[in-house]
Design a protein around this ligand. Structure first.
Ligand SMILES: NC(=O)c1ccc[n+]([C@@H]2O[C@H](COP(=O)([O-])OP(=O)(O)OC[C@H]3O[C@@H](n4cnc5c(N)ncnc54)[C@H](O)[C@@H]3O)[C@@H](O)[C@H]2O)c1
Length: 250
């Protein structure tokens, strides 16, 4: 018996990195996995890996920043699999820049994906999750818990995810649903491999959010996301769980 047997998990950002590792972790534990991502090739690869584990998977290519696409994707998942038990909002984008270089286009794009995308999926999924006594795991960041130089837009979005999680937890405090967030520190994924930062940064301002340990493997995050989404975490509601090797501890 797997801890997610008979449960349906809807994962945004499932095509890569933490989302991909979470899809595999939950599939190993018996979940039906629905991956929602703009990267169709990545989704297809993950679907193949999930099927190789003997689990059921379906994929939806779309953009989390579009409210209608989020609602349609959640509706499709419920229509296909009959229920929804877990929403993990993992999709996100990040880049570094000087405050003076932030453009309206970049600012709006970062907020649309990292904040609005999380909210639209929560809005769409909550009625179904209340029905199944399910739960939401939002992916925040250490950047949502501390001020980070050269990432003002990203830090703003992740701070918003932290307080969105708390606000939703309060509004649904009397409903049979749990809403939590996991806040990673650095993780080795395509996001960090391709991370762009201006050449002329003051490194002493960057050092405080690099921590003292090596970066995490995506599977280490997937383990915690799966735990928070499982019945073992039945008492967790409105929690922001740091998984950052001590980065935000001091
Ligand atoms: N990697 C880290 O160091 C780190 C640290 C803290 C928080 N996070 C957060 O973890 C989450 C996952 O990041 P990752 O490191 O696995 O990155 P990643 O780039 O490997 O994966 C992100 C996924 O999100 C998808 N995505 C991006 N924009 C999308 C959109 N508009 N619609 C649908 N899908 C979209 C991408 O296609 C990709 O599959 C993000 O929310 C990120 O902010 C990552």
């Amino acid at each position: 018996m797997g801890r997610f047997d008979g449960r349906v998990a809807f994962l945004t950002g499932a095509a890569s990195g933490i989302g991909r590792a979470t899809a595999l972790r939950m599939a190993e534990d018996g979940a039906v996995v629905v991956g929602f991502d703009r990267d169709g090739d990545g989704l297809a690869e993950v679907a193949g890996l999930v099927e190789a584990l003997g689990a059921t998977v379906s994929t939806i290519v779309g953009d989390v920043s579009d409210r209608d696409e989020c609602h349609a994707a959640v509706d499709h998942a419920v229509a296909t699999h009959g229920r929804l038990d877990i929403l993990a909002n993992i999709a996100g984008v990040a880049w570094g820049e000087h405050v003076a270089d932030v453009t309206a286009e970049g600012w709006n794009r970062m907020l649309a994906i990292n904040v609005s995308g999380v909210f639209w999926c929560c809005q769409a999924a909550l009625p179904h999750l209340v029905e199944t006594r399910g739960n939401i795991v939002n992916i925040a960041s250490n950047a949502g818990l501390m001020g980070q130089a050269y990432t003002v837009a990203y830090s703003t979005t992740k701070g918003a995810v932290v307080n969105m999680t708390r606000a939703l937890a309060m509004e649904f405090a009397k409903e049979p649903v749990r809403i939590n967030a996991v806040a990673p520190g650095g993780v080795v994924t395509s996001m960090t491999r391709n991370y762009s930062m201006p050449d002329d940064v003051d490194f002493s301002l960057v050092r405080p959010y690099m921590g003292f340990r090596e970066m995490a493997d995506p599977a280490e995050l997937a383990n915690v996301i799966a735990f928070v989404a499982s019945d073992e975490a039945s008492r967790m509601h409105g929690a922001i769980v740091s998984v950052d090797g001590g980065l935000t501890a001091g």
